[in-house]
Design a protein around this ligand. Structure first.
Ligand SMILES: [Mg+2]
Length: 262
């Protein structure tokens, strides 16, 4: 029966499909899930903080038995794969996304000045720029990231649409309307897929927006997920896998799949 199948898998990449537990290649358990999912007509989105270029590179090394249908990149942009393997932007969404960020960042000069000052006096905080504008930071370790977030939180209070996405030592400045969750929501709107037919998997802070139950009724995390992610997945009635990374995602898929057949 068709209802047994998920129509869309939305998986984070780093920490969720690959990690220091793996060699960057697709684990056999997850490869089997992908084949099974594809056979039932399911779609697969890699929903990542990576840029398009780095997402393509990572998926290339991953060598999955089927290719993703969508890449959601920088925690906000949407690309779909054409039959001949090219990645094409979802223009309306991506253009609005770029415009809203341009407008927001143009209004955030004071915030960026204070961030620049902080970074200049702190060897562990490296400010990244894209197109001559601050885009995010990389910190020397996760403790410094905690420190930076403690500085940034009150700054965000001064501009309600100014937000950020963080993942280990990486942080990207973002408009509060854009995150992995809202990008997944837009993809489902375009495809006319209900949250009831979506399984989402992630391990870190930047995955929380797609794991809280709003956009995917079947959220899960691998055993290496951070405690904050585990709490969100648990609160949303999702599945906390006992195994790490892609093997854990495969475990979750089987759990939800057998649950749907009851
Ligand atoms: Mg991750």
């Amino acid at each position: 029966m068709v209802m047994s199948h998920f129509r869309l898998l939305s998986t984070d990449f780093d920490g969720t499909l690959i990690s220091h537990f793996s060699d960057g290649r697709c684990a056999p358990d997850f490869a089997n899930v992908l084949v099974e999912h594809k056979k039932s007509g399911g779609l697969w989105a890699v929903n990542t903080g990576r840029s398009l270029e780095h997402a393509i590179e990572g998926v290339g090394k991953f060598q999955p038995p089927v290719q993703p249908d969508f890449l959601l990149t920088n925690e906000r942009e949407i690309f779909h794969r054409t039959p001949d393997g090219r990645w094409v932007p979802e223009h309306a969404w991506n253009e609005m996304c770029y415009k809203k960020h341009d407008d927001l960042f143009a209004q955030s000069i004071d915030i960026f000045d204070r961030i620049r000052n902080l970074a200049e006096g702190h060897p562990g905080i490296n400010l990244l720029e894209e197109n001559g504008q601050p885009a995010g930071v990389i910190t020397s370790d996760e403790n410094v990231m905690h420190e930076f977030v403690a500085f940034l939180e009150p700054e965000c209070q001064t501009m309600p649409t100014f937000s950020y996405q963080r993942n280990t030592i990486y942080l990207r400045f973002a408009h509060s309307d854009y995150d992995k969750g809202s990008a997944l929501g837009e993809l489902c709107r375009i495809l006319q897929i209900s949250p009831l037919d979506v399984l989402a998997a992630g391990d870190h802070f930047n995955d929380i927006s797609m794991l809280d139950g709003r956009y995917a009724a079947h959220p899960c995390c691998p055993s290496n997920a951070i405690p904050e992610v585990c709490s969100i997945v648990q609160a949303a009635g999702g599945y906390l896998a006992s195994k790490p990374a892609a093997v854990g995602v495969a475990e979750a898929w089987h759990f939800f799949y057998s649950d749907r057949q009851k």
